[in-house]
Design a protein around this ligand. Structure first.
Ligand code: PLP
Length: 390
């Protein structure tokens, strides 16, 4: 009998999680009830940040954080070319222009030296970015202290894209605490570290940004009399101060997310174990993992390998297809954003970000989720031996 396909990522839900959602279904409020506050508190306290602002998805958090920072037509947002399209699209939703900074060839995180060099040129051309979005690729923190130092020198703001990174740390502090940034964006899509079905959150220590993002999430409406233009008409009154959106999360989702947060430590520990087991199991194969930065511990959303294509007679595509045929649900993260047709229309071309493009040619994402067994890792190894022609 054929074995079940091992997916590249999968949520881990238990009876507690299910009961938490059922409890909301039996309650008064399906949205804007108490579960939102519980989830916001659970994430912000875990990260060590002052505020948590829950939203419909991670993409919405990136968009509204950028908008609250005043990003608009004529401004620039820079991010990594190796990320999900959402990190870059956030800038375009605000009407701004987007550019990329090539990745470090070891960690595949936004490279601080390349950022410094690009900033120097941009300053001369009068095209400095208003916002830089470092993406903690696969869960490993970017070198935030250096990126932060550059933000002080050149006056840009920082949105950390932490969609992969909840549970990880940098310099001994939890990712999400905003020590080196204005805000951190989180995603709770089912393949991410903890899930709320769909969902996202901003963590921040900035009171004004927290208020502003919260207002934009709610149509740009406030019920706070102190924030209103003129006097309040009465208890029913609200004012739209700015064009916002309905990007709220439901209580069903927040209850699931809050319940999942109770397991974050256990999930992070198991993900770390799996990564270490993979490192050992695959050490002799014609491939290599991403470089580990000793400054932090990855949240291990994903585990990627890079094929040593010169040592094998197979192409990446052949290896990928062989793994899929053997029931290993591999994936590729990511197609460089600048090579997407919708970005090439803006003038981006192949060759512009060579480290990102080289990485893309040889990367494969292996299964990684807390419920994976040690036998699953042995199964992946065996399949890789076959797939690489060994
Ligand atoms: C998942 C993800 C997001 C946001 O995704 P949503 O599906 O909108 O929650 C943003 N950036 C990266 C790098 C991601 O992986």
């Amino acid at each position: 009998m054929a074995e079940e396909t091992l997916p590249y990522g999968r949520q881990s839900l238990d009876d507690e999680d299910i009961q938490a959602v059922v409890d909301v279904l039996k309650s008064e409020n399906l949205t804007q009830g108490p579960a939102i506050g519980r989830f916001e508190k659970a994430v912000s306290e875990w990260c060590g940040a002052k505020h948590g602002i829950a939203m419909a998805n991670g993409t919405a958090t990136l968009h509204l954080a950028a908008k609250a920072m005043g990003l608009k037509h004529g401004d620039w947002l820079w991010t990594s070319p190796i990320t999900f399209v959402a990190s870059a699209n956030a800038g375009r939703y605000c009407g701004a222009s987007v550019d990329f900074v090539d990745v470090d060839p070891g960690t595949i995180n936004l490279c601080p030296e390349r950022l410094a060099a690009k900033l120097e040129i941009a300053e001369k051309e009068g095209k400095l970015p208003k916002i830089v979005v470092p993406v903690h690729f696969a869960g490993q923190s970017c070198d935030m202290e250096r990126i932060h130092a550059l933000s002080q020198k050149y006056g840009f703001r920082i949105i950390e894209d932490g969609a992969h990174a909840l549970g990880g740390n940098y310099q001994g502090e939890r990712i999400g605490n905003c020590r080196w940034s204005d805000v951190v964006s989180h995603s709770f899509h089912p393949v991410k570290i903890v899930t709320s079905g769909e969902g996202g959150m901003i963590t921040t220590n900035d009171d004004e940004l927290a208020w502003h993002i919260g207002m934009l999430r709610m149509h740009g409406i406030t019920r706070d009399a102190d924030r209103m233009i003129g006097e309040s008409d009465g208890p029913w009154y609200y004012q739209q101060l700015e064009l916002g959106y309905n990007f709220r999360m439901t209580d069903l989702q927040a209850a699931l997310g809050a319940s999942q947060m109770n397991k974050l430590d256990a999930f992070a520990t198991r993900r770390r174990e799996i990564a270490n087991l993979y490192d050992q199991a695959l050490a002799e194969l014609p491939l290599r993992p991403l470089a580990r930065d000793p400054k932090g511990i990855s949240g291990w959303h994903l585990y990627m390998i890079r094929l040593n294509l010169k040592e094998i007679t197979r192409t990446r595509r052949q290896v990928f297809e062989s793994l899929r045929a053997q029931g290993i649900g591999v994936n590729v993260h990511y197609i460089p954003v600048h090579l997407q047709p919708d970005y090439m229309k803006l003038g981006f071309k192949a060759g512009m970000f060579p480290e990102a493009e080289r990485y893309y040619e040889e990367c494969i994402t292996l299964p990684m989720f807390p419920a994976m067994t040690n036998e699953d890792i042995v199964r992946v190894r065996k399949a890789l031996v076959v797939a690489t022609g060994g």
